[in-house]
Design a protein around this ligand. Structure first.
Ligand SMILES: Nc1ncnc2c1ncn2[C@@H]1O[C@H](COP(=O)(O)OP(=O)(O)OP(=O)(O)O)[C@@H](O)[C@H]1O
Ligand SMILES: [Mg+2]
Length: 221
């Protein structure tokens, strides 16, 4: 379970241009939920997702995941939690274009603390589960947008995280491909994973069981 209590995010906290992007967000997300995060551009959606993913830290409040307090942890400990519990699909995929799909999906396994002997097989399993097994050996630069999105999802799930976070995963896709990607997320959710999707698209948000709206760094209730 994820609990945010009065989370504040300040960019450049010590500079003259300090900017408070989140003003005290309190939120509880149960295991197995499928939630959409919506709000206007600049509302703080990506900021919130980065904090949830332990990619960024907050300047106030507490974040607890499965009973572990994340706020105040060292960078190493936070990275460990990220590796074990969280799969993140970034807004721009953040794939290595020169690497094959398989090599990209194997990357998180290289970073994992416990080196698994069957890394290639685990990566293939993840690619197969998003329908990309037959493209495993292709360089990412040769894949379509929807195929890249699938590889990014495979990379996010290869470590078997309990929480999957996705930032505008359908933003760059046509509606048919977007529907296929949503099927992938729904399938992951039906396997018990918590799925949190940032989206501008109400038709995507309505496919989730819960909608979390942010406006100007605040939760809209
Ligand atoms: N690294 C940063 N330094 C300073 N300000 C930032 C930084 N990142 C984001 N911001 C500011 O924080 C606010 C929230 O940004 P964020 O990226 O979370 O918005 P968003 O809701 O994801 O928007 P979009 O829908 O356009 O992706 C914005 O006003 C943005 O300008
Ligand atoms: Mg964003």
């Amino acid at each position: 379970m994820i609990i945010l209590n009065q989370i504040k995010k300040v960019y450049n906290p010590k500079g003259a241009n300090a900017f408070e992007a989140l003003h005290g967000i309190s939120l509880r997300i149960e295991d197995g939920e499928m939630a959409a995060v919506i709000g206007r551009s600049g509302a703080g959606k990506s900021t919130l997702l980065h904090i949830l993913a332990c990619i960024d830290t907050s300047e106030g409040g507490e974040y607890t995941i499965d009973g572990t307090a994340v706020s105040g942890l060292s960078e190493r400990k936070a990275a460990q939690i990220r590796n074990e519990k969280i799969g993140m699909v970034m807004q721009d995929f953040a794939l290595v274009e020169d690497f094959t799909a398989l090599e990209n999906v194997m990357l998180p396994l290289e970073f994992a603390k416990a080196k698994k002997p069957n890394r290639q097989q685990l990566a293939m399993n993840a690619l197969n589960s998003v329908g990309m097994g037959s493209n495993a050996k292709k360089p990412v630069s040769k894949l379509s947008g929807g195929q890249k999105q699938r590889v990014a999802i495979a990379r996010a799930i290869v470590n078997q995280p309990s929480v999957i976070l996705a930032d505008e995963p359908t933003g760059a896709l046509d509606s048919g491909t977007a529907a296929e990607i949503m099927d992938v997320f729904r399938e992951l959710n039906s396997q018990g994973k918590t799925v949190i999707i940032v989206t501008h698209d109400m038709s995507i948000a309505e496919q989730c069981s819960r909608i979390i709206e942010i406006a100007d760094g605040n939760l809209v209730t």
